[in-house]
Design a protein around this ligand. Structure first.
Ligand code: MLT
Length: 411
């Protein structure tokens, strides 16, 4: 008999973005004449920039020659890309990261999900609430949570750190001792940020409690304000306690190309039950060599091209395009009388839903009455209830149209 991993039965029925996609598809099927504007899932719409396209073409041609052909590459990523990452994403910010502390992958979602492999099942996990669902679901799948309580919308054994307007979207340190802490800044879904001093509290907590911070900085390229850290390693001491996730999905429009990387400094350690310290870099390297055969050469060449002068200029144009959409959404909603957060250092705008409606009720009304798709805050966790997320990743035209529809909406 083959027994299943029963932890999967503990998950909610469907992944948030799949639920939304199904609801929208059903509505469109029943209302074929309606022009739906999708500002739900954070998927980009701008084409890949020319510098990356050229690099991919060149790599494709190379693969068709005897000299240029490549089979399996290094599981951790090609040296050319790891070098470019070290130089551009870290050295330029005064951060000393070594090439062998970088692991190139096919996406930050997979990295965030897979990292749980190297941690013990009985670690206590803390997540902010609302949160990107992958951190929670993958810990449920791997047995780090208890049962789901449908009354509170929370899992036993998971420590939820509320981020709401009441605490200015700044999570408080956990009251109990935790071992793994997920932080994502600029934050998905709220679009809010932490300063270096605010992040330092977390680094100090992690050091005192021998905890690990799993820091997702997938949205760092959208930071526009000066004192907001792009990497957790800008904070003193973070190299001892933090793993950082980076993604090219939103930075360079690679949601369909697939490339990201993970940073595990060699001094970041976990512990055996007998108290022995073990470098996590070594464990992750071992896992990677066994379970992954590397990101495609063609894709890594495209990622490398992001760091060229042309590449930088071109991707910045796209980032500014999306930031302008965020401004259109934020200002338009404010004009329409909504209370709005985020959207300044982030492609996500987080709004308060009108009094008397739940997030899902607002989702349905917005879809049915003005044909706009967003993401209900409660889909990201119980403290997301009463909020709603819109993304700036649409086209400028559709974003403007969506805001006009909302402004003219007779609720
Ligand atoms: C989101 O909408 O939160 C993101 O696009 C999801 C992701 O990056 O996987």
């Amino acid at each position: 008999m083959s027994y299943i991993n029963e932890n999967f039965l503990n998950l909610q029925e469907s992944y948030l973005f799949s639920t939304i996609a199904k609801k929208v598809a059903k509505y469109q099927e029943e209302n074929k004449d309606k022009k739906i504007i999708k500002l739900g899932i954070g998927d980009v719409t701008r084409p890949i920039v020319p510098a990356c396209i050229e690099a991919m073409h060149k790599a494709v041609d190379e693969m068709g020659t005897q000299e240029g052909f490549r089979g399996y590459g290094p599981e951790q990523g090609y040296e050319f890309l790891r070098k470019a990452i070290v130089e551009n994403d870290y050295k330029k910010r005064g951060i000393d990261i070594a090439e062998d502390e970088i692991f190139v992958s096919d996406g930050a979602k997979c990295d965030c999900g897979n990292i749980v492999d190297i941690f013990a099942e009985d670690n206590k996990v803390a997540i902010t609430d609302p949160v990107y669902p992958v951190y929670l679901d993958t810990n449920v799948m791997s047995g780090r949570s208890g049962k789901y309580d449908s009354k509170t919308g929370t899992y036993e054994n998971i420590v939820y750190l509320p981020v709401t307007s009441e605490n200015d979207f700044k999570p408080e340190l956990p009251k109990e001792k935790v071992d793994m802490i997920y932080l994502c800044f600029p934050n998905n879904p709220t679009g809010t940020v932490l300063t270096k001093e605010e992040l330092k509290k977390w680094v100090d907590y992690a050091k005192e409690n021998k905890a690990i911070i799993l820091y997702d900085s997938a949205y760092e390229s959208f930071i526009t304000e000066n004192d907001i850290p792009h990497s957790i390693y800008e904070v003193e001491g973070a190299k001892d306690v933090a793993i950082e996730f980076r993604s090219y999905s939103k930075t360079a429009g690679f949601t369909g190309v697939r490339c990201a990387y993970l940073v595990i400094p060699k001094q970041v350690t976990g512990y055996t039950k007998s108290g022995e310290e073990v470098p996590l870099n070594k464990l992750w390297n071992r896992r990677t060599c066994t379970k992954f055969n590397g990101t495609s050469y063609i894709v890594q060449r495209a990622a490398e091209a992001i760091y060229t002068k042309e590449g930088q200029k071109q991707i910045k144009e796209n980032i500014n395009y999306y930031l302008n959409n965020a401004k259109i959404i934020k200002e338009g909603l404010e004009e329409a009388g909504y209370t709005v957060y985020g959207g300044v250092n982030s492609p996500y705008v987080w709004l308060k839903v009108p009094e008397g409606l739940t997030s899902w009720e607002f989702f349905d009304k917005l879809l049915e009455e003005v044909n706009i798709v967003g993401t209900p805050g409660s889909g990201f966790g119980p403290h997301g209830e009463g909020y709603f997320r819109l993304t700036a990743f649409g086209t400028k035209e559709s974003t403007e149209e969506a805001i006009e529809r909302i402004k003219n909406w007779k609720k």
